[in-house]
Design a protein around this ligand. Structure first.
Ligand SMILES: [Zn+2]
Length: 220
């Protein structure tokens, strides 16, 4: 006899609403990931004004994630997150990070107009450059003072230096290696740290960014 209750209908997305957040789940998540707990944690951590204009969260694994070695991206008010998650925390971190990009779009002038965060980022890039040079790498063809994401620079960090060396040269300078990739990622990784488990380290490592997120938190 067919068990109609547990039978799964493939490729049929399921729709949920957690508090103010619309979620479309296109793929199954592992059994140890509890979406209700994940979204309750997110909603408890973030002030409601950060969820303004958020169109929704889509949980589905896309080929794009394999191609880019990524687990999530933000576009036009929607968080796209892979279903390939190890734990609740894993999913919480991805959602937090992409919400950081959403908050950037909500408050661009509050975040960047005074240029303090950008200056902090560029000071760190300078430190990073000298760390890399002292490891014996030739760096003159890369622009460490560029704020935007740059493919060539990204390849240098992730392919030429590689993950282990990158972790070493960014330690104590950036909250995590990915924060060094661009100003936008500097903000989003900081946001992720502030709201999802690494607040004290962010305060130590990036005090200006920390203060900025604090200010945004208290906006009404
Ligand atoms: Zn990002």
């Amino acid at each position: 006899m067919i068990d109609y209750i547990t039978e799964k209908v493939k490729d049929t997305p399921r729709y949920f609403r957690f508090g103010g957040i619309d979620v479309v789940q296109g793929d199954d998540l592992p059994d140890n990931v509890n979406m209700d707990a994940v979204f309750r944690t997110i909603e408890a951590a973030l002030p409601p004004h950060f969820l303004r204009k958020l169109k929704g969260v889509k949980i589905k694994h896309l080929d794009f994630f394999n191609d880019r070695n990524a687990s999530a991206f933000y576009k036009d008010g929607i968080l796209h997150i892979t279903s390939d998650q190890d734990s609740n925390n894993d999913l919480i971190n991805d959602i937090c990070h992409e919400l950081g990009h959403h908050v950037e779009e909500l408050y661009p002038s509050e975040i960047y107009e005074d240029t303090e965060v950008a200056e902090e980022f560029l000071r760190k890039r300078k430190q990073l450059k000298s760390e890399i040079q002292s490891e014996g790498y030739w760096v003159s063809e890369y622009n460490f003072q560029e704020l935007a994401y740059n493919d060539k620079f990204d390849n240098f960090l992730y392919k030429r230096l590689g993950k282990t060396m990158l972790r070493m040269v960014t330690a104590g300078i950036f909250i995590r290696p990915y924060a060094s990739v661009s100003l936008r990622e500097y903000f989003a990784t900081g946001f992720e740290a502030y709201y999802c488990g690494n607040k004290e380290s962010l305060h130590k490592v990036s005090p200006i960014l920390y203060k900025k997120i604090d200010t945004l938190h208290n906006l009404v």
